[in-house]
Design a protein around this ligand. Structure first.
Ligand code: XLS
Ligand code: NI
Ligand code: NI
Length: 445
């Protein structure tokens, strides 16, 4: 294999420390550094996505691709180009020094003239991926099927008004789930790209929800049938490309799973920019998922607060990610999930080396956020005040309410007799904000 797509980087990106002058080095990320008794690499489980980083030429709705990506240049034999793309991706993964990658079927494998031909292409390409994985020791964090780019999916996949499209999507997911299993994938993700609507004027909401539930039930059944061990993940997003997407946010997905008896079958893959598009902080969606037992994995990126769309920029806010990492650590950390960089370069970042700069910055941001979150746990920054805030629930009144022994009558009698008299106490928000900042500022290296 030729190792010359990223010749600006000669070995694995080294740790240079907080004062490193080489931009192609990590300031914080040290895979072997122990944090709360676990290696940093094992906490973060970082993945590179093959779509934005290797299958997208830097095009947008106003202009063509700008990036220097030889494997994407038109006019090549599609299978030869697919092979070059994988060579480049695995060279990048190796030099970046991260353990995982993620991909959609169409990111790596050219479409054939028929379904059978596409399946056979994917089969061939999966063989090449397996060889790269054996050679480099890299792992698949998750696989997924692209059920949103082809014109057949313009009106949705599972929620399409045409059952033939549902069937086609089902066939595509079956193949990709099995491909993910063949490659030892740790999870399988379903992002409902066009499972939503453009207008309610032609949309039967109840019918489409039933279809989506049926689809997800079939996928879960097949997972068990083939013995796939990873988690099935649903990735919420409120809109874009549809006006409204059914998997709006973590809470909406949770309600859907409960309504359709799918609790336990699916977890969520939360994306930072999707949570913020839904009007939440990312912290909120992570905290919701952890609190309700559906947390699975993360798509790391960031939005632009001035733009109302999914800009998918590389993360750079320790303030934002520290709180998310805190919730993740409090919930026990990742099991099979990890941080996948579903992030894309700006269109003017044309050089191949810019891929390193984007990922290095994002990885260092995650590493530092991990240190802050660990510090918050060690110092019980939020635990101690939270425990104190709810302490009354361990007392006699609180216990009698929660165990069902109190009734409205008994509570009224005690309140009327003056035996229960609430006294308002401070929520202390500003002090807590200062305490969190103290932990953020305390990290030096
Ligand atoms: C798009 C989604 C997509 C999923 C995978 O907004 O983030 O990239 O992660 O289909
Ligand atoms: Ni995503
Ligand atoms: Ni996204």
């Amino acid at each position: 294999m030729s190792e010359d797509f990223f010749s600006d980087v000669t070995g694995i990106i080294p740790f240079g420390g907080p004062d490193a002058s080489d931009p192609l080095s990590y300031r914080v990320y040290q895979p072997d550094r122990m944090v709360l008794g676990k290696r940093m690499e094992d906490h973060l489980r970082i993945a590179v996505c093959l779509w934005h980083s290797f299958a997208w030429p830097g095009s947008d709705v106003f202009g063509v691709g700008t990036f220097d990506r030889p494997w994407l240049v038109a006019g090549q034999d599609p299978m030869v180009a697919a092979r070059a793309k994988l060579d480049a991706a695995f060279e990048f993964l190796t030099k970046l020094g991260v353990p995982f990658f993620c991909f959609h079927d169409v990111d790596v494998s050219p479409a054939g003239a028929t379904f059978a031909e596409s399946r056979s292409n994917l089969d061939t390409v999966a063989g090449w991926i397996a060889e790269h994985m054996d050679r480099t020791g890299k792992h698949l964090l998750w696989g997924t099927a692209n059920l949103f780019s082809h014109p057949r999916y313009a009106a949705g996949a599972a929620t399409n008004p045409d059952p033939a499209v549902f069937a086609y999507a089902a066939a595509q997911v079956k193949v990709m789930l099995e491909t993910t299993q063949r490659l030892g994938g740790a999870n399988y993700t379903l992002w409902g790209g066009r499972e939503g609507y453009e207008t309610l004027l032609n949309t039967d909401l109840a019918r489409e929800e039933t279809q989506l539930a049926r689809f997800l039930t079939l996928v879960a059944e097949h997972k068990h049938k083939i013995g796939f061990k990873g988690l099935l993940l649903i990735e919420p997003k409120p809109q874009e490309p549809t006006k409204h997407q059914y998997d709006y946010d973590a809470a909406t997905v949770h309600g859907f799973l409960v309504r359709h008896g799918l609790e336990g079958e699916y977890h969520v893959n939360l994306e930072v920019n999707h949570a913020t598009l839904a009007g939440h902080s990312f912290h909120h969606d992570v905290a919701y998922a952890v609190a309700n037992g559906i947390f699975g994995s993360i798509d790391a990126n960031r939005g632009d607060p001035q733009n109302g769309w999914d800009t998918d920029q590389f993360p750079n806010s320790v303030d934002e990610l520290s709180l998310a990492l805190y919730e993740i650590l409090k919930g026990g950390g990742f099991t099979t999930g990890g941080f996948n960089f579903d992030a894309k370069l700006r269109r003017q970042s044309m050089a191949r080396t810019d891929l390193f700069h984007g990922h290095i910055g994002g990885i260092d941001t995650l590493a530092r956020s991990l240190l802050v979150a660990a510090g918050m746990i060690e110092h019980r920054t939020l635990d101690a005040p939270r425990d104190a805030r709810y302490a009354g629930w361990s007392g006699a009144v609180g216990t009698s309410i929660l165990d069902g022994s109190a009734s409205l009558e008994s509570l009224e009698a005690r309140v009327a007799a003056g035996a229960i008299a609430p006294t308002p106490v401070s929520g202390g928000q500003e002090a807590l904000e200062n305490a969190v900042n103290q932990r953020i500022w305390a990290i030096r290296d």
